[in-house]
Ligand binder design. Sequence first.
Ligand code: SF4
Ligand code: SF4
Length: 247
Amino acid sequence: MLTILKNRFEQGYRTSTYPKTKIELPARYRGLPKVNPEASLALAEQCAAACPQDAIDATGRTIDMGRCIFCGTCERLCEGGFISFTRNFELSTAHRRDLITGGDLPALADHAKKHFKSLFGRSLQLRQVSAAGCNACEVDLNVLATPFFDLARFGINFVASPRHADAIVVTGPISRNMKTALLQTYEAVPAPKVVIAVGSCAISGGPFRGSPETTDGLEKLMPVDLFIPGCPPHPLTNLHAFLNFFK
Ligand code: SF4
Ligand code: SF4
């Protein structure tokens, strides 16, 4: 017991102070993209042609963050002249259309489902469904339970049964084999319920977009309330989304 107390004293308080204080992620982290509207059309078209996700609109000067896998190819190619990635990890939106951006996002709390705040704002139970994800999105959700992020201190928990859940959190491109299980899980969550799409796969099909074995976005199966982009989204992106959607 004394050893435990000694260790605790030596280690101090390890839980992150986010969101009270800001966190700076390392320089190599790719967060909210910024599109330079002054860049030449030729450079923009070069980036669009190189994008493996067909996520860049060269003439519209936007990136579709729902498709982007944050590989950095475009930024390297144009040396930041057309697209550069900031370290801003607050990327989520309440509408799919808002993920198509030149670098600005609407405030996440600004959505039509304000009643979710009074219903779930202080106690939110989530059921995670991995619908053929590669496990990176899932791991970065899992890490929210560790002492650093300590998701439970906000009244948010992952639960084992959809019948105990207020929301489902879907990851992966939703393979044909997982579709029925996902729909049954959705049905088992009592109304009113929240649907959260985490990662490029769940939002748009990700790297599997266009495959007959997967679904090109969760919205094709059910109404989605919250979109969290990334491949995978950083745990702080998930945390910011959970805290701010229910603000
Ligand atoms: S970072 Fe995103 S937009 Fe850029 S090339 Fe990769 S997938 Fe395309
Ligand atoms: S979005 Fe990326 S990290 Fe998440 S399941 Fe798909 S491939 Fe994996």
